[in-house]
Write a protein that binds this ligand. Structure first.
Ligand SMILES: Cc1cc2nc3c(=O)[nH]c(=O)nc-3n(C[C@H](O)[C@H](O)[C@H](O)COP(=O)(O)OP(=O)(O)OC[C@H]3O[C@@H](n4cnc5c(N)ncnc54)[C@H](O)[C@@H]3O)c2cc1C
Length: 508
């Protein structure tokens, strides 16, 4: 008998995880299917900011003329800011162990100086959006105070600075684990989830969808009353599998970050500005290091989009050099880098990205009960889950009773260490199948400054009996993990700068 679900969720990034959790909690019999590991796609390549939405507000509040020329886009930006603030408050409340506050400094230079009243008004608007539940701690510094601020030492044009703003942003340091946590919470309330399994075909079968699942062991079909397509930058490929390649909702935008060591005066402090092209540019603390970026360019979901190119690294270094010429950073100072392709909603005219973050019900376009999500962000993922649940509910009733959304999961022991117990837990209880699954997405050691290389052998040895790896397979897993670290992250290894420092950047 082919198994029938209310909903099959395609993908295992943050949006799929949130959708699966909300659908399962509403009583929908749900299967989530991820072709790689949970949280290994774009969700693992972000700038890790649960930001307050200030950027949306400045985009929406340019000039009256700009507002009148594109009112829809400005209103969209206001609504994104509101959702960012609400998402921030909700996430800080529901997952305090996964976020930490970081003070950010924004220099007010000749190019971006805004009157104090305008800054205060913007922050009042933002605070009103979440009812002031998670404070923003705005401070506006005078020119003299800004010139003396430790984080601005070495900045170009410091003498002519008009002042600075400081405020609290939140950083979610470990997005991969946030995805795994969400999938595990959903499994605890009845959702089924398969990683390392791809959706390879979708076809109508009477009133249902026939979904073909392909894993290393072969293919099988399941049936679903609805399909919720949360494949991120690959959503249009899934729609094409369902026989509608002409329906396009996504466009990709590549973003790159580099990891460098900055002077001690900046330790633990974030820095935010905009590039000459008007794009946000951050220096974000990362343990004793910082990452800088993002640098954006158009891209689709091909593998090269998930690696920083030399041109992108050079562009970030150039930007850093313009901001802080005193740092004198060169290519050899880049310890590693990461890149990813953001799923962005395609504008209605089909030309370029739009700021929208939204669900699409494709029923009226010939794909009954097929839903997609575009432009999804990690920081507003719970809102995405709710929107998708509501979209499904407009078409289908759940077959089961509602369940609690946020089950309290028992703390995972030794999550920050490689031990027999922590590796066994990752494999036996949390579906880890590869060394990368274990080291980067179940245990935090994959984000130590050497990206987990020093733990590869021990973790592989502990995992082998549980996963039935032969000695050749164990060696192949280690080789694969090293290759991923060097190819995907461009880690300079061995690096004298990193070798002596094994502090775990995810530890508070
Ligand atoms: C450089 C950069 C910086 C960013 N900074 C931030 C930030 O600071 N804050 C923030 O909130 N957001 C940020 N984002 C955006 C955010 O990371 C993404 O928008 C979000 O992670 C998208 O999640 P997703 O679930 O839609 O996609 P993904 O995480 O990519 O998940 C989609 C999944 O679908 C799977 N899939 C694809 N095809 C199939 C198939 N046929 N079968 C089964 N599975 C399939 C993929 O393997 C993938 O895991 C940033 C993004 C980038 C690139």
């Amino acid at each position: 008998m082919t198994q029938t679900y209310d909903t099959v969720v395609v993908g295992g990034g943050i949006i799929a995880a949130a959708a699966g959790q909300h659908l399962a909690a509403a009583g929908y019999g749900t299967l989530l299917v991820e072709r790689d590991d949970y949280g290994s796609g774009t969700s693992s390549r972000t700038s890790r900011l649960q930001h307050c939405g200030l950027g949306y507000l400045s985009a929406a509040s340019g000039s009256i003329a700009a507002f009148l020329a594109r009112p829809r886009s400005a209103i969209e930006c206001f609504s994104l800011m509101r959702r960012a603030m609400r998402g921030r408050a909700e996430f800080v409340r529901t997952a305090p162990e996964r976020v930490k506050p970081v003070t950010f400094v924004v220099p007010l230079t000749r190019e971006n100086a805004i009157p104090r009243w305008k800054a205060r008004l913007a922050f009042r608007l933002m605070a009103a959006s979440d009812g002031g539940r998670v404070p923003l701690d705005l401070q506006i510094l005078s020119a003299g105070e800004a010139r003396a601020h430790p984080a601005l030492q070495g900045m170009a044009g410091l003498d002519g600075i008009h002042g600075a703003m400081t405020f609290t942003e939140y950083q979610y340091c470990w997005p991969e684990r946030i995805v795994v946590d969400t999938v595990m919470k959903a499994r605890a309330i009845g959702m089924e989830a398969l990683n390392h399994t791809a959706v390879t075909a979708l076809a109508r079968d009477g009133d249902l969808w026939r979904v073909t699942l392909t894993a290393a062991g072969g293919s099988r079909d399941v049936l679903a009353r609805a399909v919720v397509n949360c494949a991120g930058v690959w959503v249009d490929e899934i729609t094409a599998l369902a026989g509608a390649p002409h329906i396009r909702r996504n466009t990709g935008e590549k973003g790159t970050n580099i990891v460098v060591r900055l002077p001690e005066s900046l330790r633990g402090i974030g820095f935010e500005t905009v590039t000459a092209a008007g794009a946000p540019f951050y220096l974000i603390p990362w343990g004793a290091l910082h990452y800088a970026g993002p640098w954006d360019s158009a891209s689709d979901g091909r593998p090269e989009g998930f690696r920083a190119s030399e041109a992108e690294i050079a562009a970030i270094l150039d930007q850093l050099g313009r901001l802080f010429p005193g740092f004198g950073l060169r290519r050899e100072d880049v310890l590693y880098s990461w890149a990813g392709v953001r799923p962005r909603s395609l504008a209605r005219d089909g030309k370029g990205p739009a700021p929208a973050v939204r669900e699409h019900d494709l029923t009226d376009e010939g794909l009954p009960n097929l839903f997609t999500f575009t432009g999804g962000l990690l920081m507003t993922h719970r809102d995405a889950g709710r929107r998708l649940r509501r979209a499904v509910a407009r078409r289908l009733k759940p077959s089961g009773p509602p369940r609690p959304l946020d089950t309290a999961s028992p703390p995972v022991e030794d999550m920050d260490r490689v031990t027999q117990a922590s590796v066994a837990h990752a494999v036996l209880n949390e579906q880890a199948r590869t060394l990368s699954d274990i080291l980067r997405r179940r245990l935090s050691v994959g984000w130590e400054p050497d990206l987990g290389l020093r733990h590869a052998e021990a973790a592989a040895r502990f995992a082998a009996p549980h996963l039935g790896w032969t000695s050749e397979e164990t060696a192949a897993q280690i080789a694969c993990f090293i290759d991923e670290t060097v190819t995907e992250f461009g880690l300079r290894w061995p690096s004298p700068d990193l070798a002596c420092r094994n502090e775990n950047v995810l530890m508070k």
